[in-house]
Design a binder for this molecule. Structure first.
Ligand code: ZN
Length: 419
């Protein structure tokens, strides 16, 4: 089975996701666009409905779909279960916001890192005093802080989700037909080999996804993945950083993939060239598409690297400990190099946790406090700045690479946490 491309991450739902590329005519793609646009319209309308009538719930939104279908001809064209799925998406954004309010958590990617704050969260930061108690009556700052649901804009990527109707697979499972009011018709699919292993009734959702380089279909399959593995009697702690992708508690390092660096350079070059073109010009549109494709390529390369690395780490250990970094605070950053590695790290962690479940390996996230400051030999605190690359203990004389020392502390913390 091809792990690198066929399976997407969906740990929470315990579902497998397979993806295939759709091949059709430009007229057909146009119809998929209409379906995607309509799904977005339904989602946004539900959001608006919620904003105008607070105190409504999931079921009210679901009922509102029927109202929309009556009111707008094009909304009726979208399969009724797909309309429901769009309403569910709106509700997901709303309930995420409610949850954030309750847990006093900032919204996704919306908090900016304070200037001068150490990048790897070595020093614990106090929660801001502006973060108020969780009730959804909002001031402007509050909206930003809690991830207030936002309207989705038209952009290159977009998707529409069908459930168990509105589509049909061919006998040999190489073609899919969409049969709702948009009449997009039959598409050839590329990369559906894995689909043969499952029964039709296991397919719970079918999602059409538009990307910079074409249209894709995803099949969400209701099956938990469990695989057998021999115990290795080995535990590991890992420390992530910019110098290496990670350093483990045995002193091994995994290098940052070089292709990401290369891609990063061409991303920079492309966006610089795009910024020189006139707004609204054809040339700019051309560069925008080029840039989007490049981003797509980078994210695929990253995923490939991350999945392989995570699988390898999980399979060769009985316990994997890593830092519970607040990546939320790290992602927004002016430095592309860092944002790329942050993204890779977030994804890596998700896959480690996913494979942990699949292979029955304990994965544990530890608080990042003092992991690089403490001595992994005697436990004393040895203060050091970010630029100090070597840990040299004044108390016991222990000398070790900074990241290696940190990784050993992380492992110890992880073991303690589990015990
Ligand atoms: Zn020491």
């Amino acid at each position: 089975m091809d792990y690198n491309y066929a399976i997407e991450l969906s740990v929470n739902k315990k579902m497998l996701v397979f993806e295939a590329k759709l091949e059709g005519t430009s007229e057909q793609y146009g119809k998929l666009d209409e379906a995607i646009r309509t799904a977005r319209f339904v989602r946004n309308s539900c959001l608006r409905h919620w904003m105008d009538n607070k105190d409504i719930d999931k079921y009210d939104l679901s009922a509102y779909c029927a109202v929309l279908a009556k009111e707008f001809e094009f909304a009726k064209n979208l399969n009724s279960m797909a309309r429901q799925a769009s309403a569910e998406r709106a509700w997901a954004a709303i309930s995420r916001f409610y949850d954030n309010c309750k847990k006093d958590k900032p919204g996704r990617g919306l908090t900016r890192k304070k200037v001068g704050q150490p990048y790897n969260n070595e020093y614990p930061t106090e929660p801001s005093d502006q973060q108020t108690e969780g009730c959804p009556t909002f001031s402007g700052t509050m909206r930003r802080k809690k991830g207030y649901p936002r309207f989705k804009k038209e952009q290159t990527h977009g998707s529409v989700e069908y459930k168990t109707s509105g589509w049909r697979l061919s006998e040999n499972r190489r073609h899919i037909a969409f049969s709702d009011g948009f009449e997009a018709g039959t598409f050839k699919m590329w990369g559906t080999r894995d689909l043969h292993f499952y029964q039709l009734k296991q397919i719970k959702r079918v999602r059409v996804v538009r990307r910079a380089d074409g249209y894709y279909v995803q099949f969400c399959i209701d099956q938990e993945r469990i695989e057998k593995r021999e115990p290795t009697a080995h535990n590991i702690g890992i420390d992530v950083g910019l110098n290496h992708f990670y350093t483990d508690s045995d002193g091994n390092t995994v290098a940052n993939p070089r292709h990401l660096r290369k891609s990063e350079k061409s991303l920079k070059r492309l966006s610089r060239r795009m910024s020189k073109t006139d707004k609204g010009s054809k040339n700019r549109a051309k560069f925008r598409n080029k840039l989007a494709r490049k981003h797509l390529k980078v994210s695929r390369q990253r995923k490939d690297f991350v999945v392989k690395t995570a699988r390898c780490v999980v399979q060769s250990n009985d316990l994997v400990a890593y830092e519970d970094l607040k990546v939320r605070n790290m992602v927004r950053n002016r430095h592309l190099a860092k944002s790329i590695s942050d993204a890779a790290w977030t994804q890596f962690r998700q896959w480690v946790e996913y494979f942990g479940k699949v292979f029955g390996v304990v994965t544990v996230a530890v608080l990042p406090h003092y992991t690089s400051q403490n001595c992994s030999n005697c436990g004393e605190v040895v203060k050091k700045s970010l630029s100090t690359r070597t840990h040299a203990c004044l108390h016991c004389g222990h000398i070790q690479d900074r990241d290696w020392n940190a990784a050993r502390n992380i492992l110890e913390k992880g073991l303690r946490q589990v015990a």
